[in-house]
Design a protein around this ligand. Structure first.
Ligand code: WTA
Length: 655
């Protein structure tokens, strides 16, 4: 624990401004503290009340929380609902003609779709899925570009009770294959191509490739949305065009009424060891968390134009693109492209053109936009903005202040939201009308979220001391299990040694003397590259799978824009390469990892050595590699190191 120390000193405080406070959903400290008190006083009543208020139930629940099978909690479990009904049908009454999605394509074409149109499309597509004999509980892989269709596909799965698992379009055939096999999916929904920055990126051919690999016989159907019309290979047994599938399908589809605990989706995320974890979420608890946080943290108003820039391949794109905005009846932007195409003003232009009020993005995007033109936002009319958000990694105070002053024109609060794939929705984040902000701090846990910082034995530490971030009580939106691996769920998130049955987040954090939470980073071997989680183990396994490589160890190195970059230390089967040869092999290995996992996992630097620093018991000492990767002097204890001479060699190994 002594190694968890915060070095950040940040004393600036930004009070919510009067204009914002005057219109906020939670107006004053009294409302806020009465919510916190309600949660503390009668936890189950608090969540039960919110679940009745926010969700439309087919059959109401009679029991709020069942903790009998710890840590496999159940919430509202005798209640019956349908998530797509809650996102679509409920909007037919008041929001039927309201725009649900403003879609802007990579090339700048705009498509608006109302709640009624979205509802009809989801019904038709859901009927299409049923016509392929897809049923409640079946798993469906979605491998699609950012599009209205991606949301339709997710909602249609929810409508018929099928469990979707969205795979980010940047993942390789191998990663896709791994997820298809782990879920034993009966269908894959994809597109011919996706467009990013003026370039077409093939998707269907990646699916074809994944399906030629082992153990995929259970995949009966591949449904292809025609995005660009590029030529694709056709498998007449398996393949169906999206547009042909929906032809003649009725535009009413009775929802599949499911139990509150029915799995809504599985989303894979990296862990510190082994293969990615299929995080499985529930229906009601997940939906409730997403909706409540949208109301409190994004201070959601029906007049908002909401824009979360996350891809639907990540949890942020699930909770704050595919589910919460629809369930709240919001108008939202979905953007296919990238921030730099056709120029670095693209995000600002979208905000200007569509009068965006709420903008939610990641620190890595903010930092790269600063670099691309810190004066650019000033050339656009950003006066519609009223709230800004940040997610994915700690935001450094300098980027925070730029975001606040230049983008938000010192008018908009910034909600720095700490949460995870596993938590389903915001956990620690400011209530913007109430909480004064400190740049770099995600401030306080939301009402009903009992977060704390503890030592390795589960005892709470004093303010100012670093420790492990835990959540002390189960909460509705928490993942229910790891798909097919409940033991891993229990051991990873509720380990015995922490005791107290707390949820262990895997992050280190500290509270300052005012009780503000500051997240310091992961405590496990998980890297945070441009806001995306990658396990060192996954990248190492990919490297070692290359026939040239004997051993590999991967560490993170701080990076100005990406947060962290990947540095791989590699031992080849033959002698360590030098000069030009080393450069060539490094390129080959980088491309190899890109093929094995996806371009986001490519090591930025590769360094070759004859060995890796190991303890006498053979454990790689990653902390030493981290120091070498950063180019710092080694001041740590190396008494347990088996082969100290290797450090000198690795220090000089940069190519
Ligand atoms: C990190 C993304 C600091 C953290 C929603 C967490 C953050 C991991 C923040 C989860 C934040 C996310 N401040 N760190 N506001 N938000 N993180 O599962 O390390 O992709 O454990 O979910 O990102 O990443 P995931």
């Amino acid at each position: 624990m002594a190694t968890i120390k915060s070095i950040l000193q940040e004393n600036r405080i930004f009070k919510p401004n009067d204009n914002f406070v005057a219109q906020a959903n939670l107006l004053n400290k009294k409302d806020y503290s009465s919510l916190c008190k309600e949660a503390e006083g009668n936890y189950e009543n608090f969540w039960g009340r919110l679940a009745r208020e926010y969700i439309q139930w087919r059959k109401p629940f009679t029991r709020v929380l069942d903790e009998s099978n710890h840590p496999f909690f159940k919430w509202f479990d005798d209640g019956v609902l349908n998530v797509s009904y809650n996102c679509l049908d409920r909007n037919l009454e008041c929001n039927s003609d309201k725009t649900a999605i403003i879609f802007e394509s990579d090339e700048g074409n705009i498509t608006n779709i109302t709640y009624r149109e979205l509802y009809l499309r989801v019904c038709q597509f859901a009927n299409g899925l049923r016509s392929l004999n897809i049923k409640k509980g079946d798993r469906i892989i979605i491998y699609m570009p950012m599009s209205i269709e991606a949301v339709v596909a997710m909602q249609a799965c929810a409508r018929i009770g099928a469990i979707h698992s969205v795979v980010f379009g940047g993942f390789s055939a191998k990663s896709l294959h791994e997820r298809i096999v782990d879920t034993a999916a009966v269908a894959v929904i994809t597109a011919d191509e996706q467009m990013r920055g003026g370039k077409g990126i093939l998707l269907k051919s990646v699916v074809d490739k994944a399906l030629t690999m082992s153990n995929t016989d259970f995949v009966n159907s591949v449904i292809i949305y025609q995005r660009t019309g590029t030529h694709i290979e056709w498998n007449s047994v398996r393949d169906t065009w999206w547009h042909q599938l929906i032809t003649d399908k009725p535009d009413y589809c009775e929802p599949e009424w499911v139990s509150a605990e029915h799995p809504l989706f599985i989303l894979y995320t990296s862990g510190s060891t082994g293969k990615p974890k299929g995080i499985q979420h529930s229906s009601a608890g997940y939906l409730l968390g997403a909706m409540v946080s949208m109301k409190w943290v994004f201070d959601y108003k029906s007049t908002d134009i909401f824009w979360c820039t996350a891809d639907v391949g990540w949890i942020t794109g699930h909770s704050y693109v595919a589910y919460a905005p629809l369930a709240m009846g919001a108008t939202q932007i979905i953007f296919e492209g990238i921030p730099t195409f056709p120029d670095a003003g693209r995000f600002w232009k979208i905000i200007q053109d569509h009068r965006v009020t709420t903008f939610y993005t990641a620190p890595t995007a903010i930092r790269s936009l600063i670099k691309l033109g810190s004066e650019l936002p000033g050339q656009y009319d950003l006066s519609s903005l009223r709230l800004l958000g940040s997610v994915g990694e700690p935001i450094n105070p300098e980027a925070w202040v730029w975001y606040y002053e230049v983008v938000g024109q010192s008018r908009c609060p910034i909600v720095d939201t700490w949460w995870q794939t596993e938590t389903g929705c915001h956990m620690i984040a400011p209530i913007p009308g109430v909480v004064s902000l400190k740049p770099g701090s995600c401030t306080f846990p939301l009402p009903g979220i009992m977060a704390a910082i503890v030592d390795e034995t589960g005892h709470e530490v004093e303010n100012g001391e670093g420790g492990l971030l835990v959540i002390k009580r189960p909460f509705p939106s928490l993942a229910r299990t790891i798909w097919g691996n409940p033991d891993r769920f229990k051991n990873t998130y509720f380990p015995e040694d922490i005791g107290n049955k707390y949820y262990l987040a895997g992050d280190s954090a500290q509270c300052d003397s005012d009780g503000y939470f500051w997240i310091m980073g992961r405590v496990d071997d998980v890297l945070n590259i441009s806001g995306h989680r990658l396990g060192t183990m996954e990248i190492e396994s990919a490297l070692v799978a290359n026939s040239l490589v004997a051993e590999a160890a991967v560490v993170g190195k701080p990076h100005e824009i990406k947060g962290e970059i990947i540095v791989a230390f590699v031992v080849l089967k033959g002698p360590s390469p030098k000069g030009e040869n080393a450069k060539q092999i490094a390129i080959e290995l980088r491309n190899w990892v890109s093929k094995e996992i996806g371009p986001i996992a490519k090591p930025e630097e590769i360094r070759f050595g004859d060995n890796l620093p190991k303890t006498r018991s053979g454990k790689i000492m990653r902390r030493l590699l981290r120091t070498i990767g950063r180019g710092d002097e080694i001041t740590q204890d190396i008494s347990t190191l088996e082969n100290p001479a290797i450090l000198e060699q690795l220090k000089k190994s940069a190519i």
